[in-house]
Design a protein around this ligand. Sequence first.
Ligand code: ZN
Length: 385
Amino acid sequence: MPAAAIDDEGSMSTGYVWHERYAWHDAGRASLDPMVEAYPALDRPETKRRLHSLVEVSGLAQKLVRIPARPASEAELLRVHTAAYVKRIRDLSAAGGGHAGEPTAQFGPDGYDVACLAAGGCLEALRAVLEARLTNAYALVRPCGHHATADYGRGFTIFANIAIAAQAAKAEWGVDRIAVVDWDVHHGNGTQEIFYADPSVLTISLHQDGLYPPDSGAVEEVGEGAGKGYNINLPLPPGSGHGAYLAAMERVVGPALHAFRPQLIFIACGLDAGADDPLGRMLCHSETYREMTRILKTAAAELCDGRLIACHEGGYSPTYAPYCGLAVIATMADTRTGVEDPRLARYAKLGGQELLPHQRDLIDRVADQTAPLLPGWCQGKTVSD
Ligand code: ZN
């Protein structure tokens, strides 16, 4: 295979986290029904490892600064999780494995160690950016984190990686306005719950309506107490694609970020809104992810000196998620690889890629609801203005 050409467009420095042990995490079985043959959980190592491989063989890795992962300390975990929960995960791991709350979050004897390494990978990405050694960073970690709450893990998550990093940013660096934009196809319920009453962390989730967790991620969940207005849910209808996602970014995410003026932006980067993901019913393709990343990179440049940290969440298509992830990381690094997405032309032509009226209605409803709740909201102000 010829070495892919890198088209250099800029001089930003982008960090990158990957650790081989992320691939060793055992997420267990997908079906615990004794009447159905056991099958491995869909959070398999291949999907993330194949993204890492594509980063390497495309030549993109040469444009990135590798950030070594390290385990999060117990003190760092305890900024988010209860002591009883951390002990339970550690004890279950020592006993051979278990699950973090429900069987959708299984782990083996190394579960505690690998989950600490995932949270620690995000913490090191954060450190590199807040110390201004790098402009932005992509942490390709596993297990993912956005479903974990203070004392409960589900949906392949054990520790709440982004929440742990956000609390570290507040505690160690004095950052007091952080935005989390979660475009994983599932609701970022854990991040929402952890910061639900906290006005210092603006949490925005774009997800498939009613997917997972069930009964979570409604438009009406806007935060509470001092945090009211600082949680935004965009439960997009199944079948949403390029047009709907970009409209949501431009009509809601952009104005919200400009109103909030974060000092740091996290992306909860799930790739499971991709057109062939086995766990989502959305239509996004690699150019959707490239454009969403460009929008957030532009916002970060305008609002917070480019400080943008993407932490990997879901994405379960071993053949397609790597192309979407490559588009995100290359865009963060202000570059383009010579790798062409072999399915882009086909997926871009799928019916319903454009913004459809029922999707627009939902996005407008969220914008209308958010405007009076978020001080400084200016309808029409987008990141590209
Ligand atoms: Zn997901």
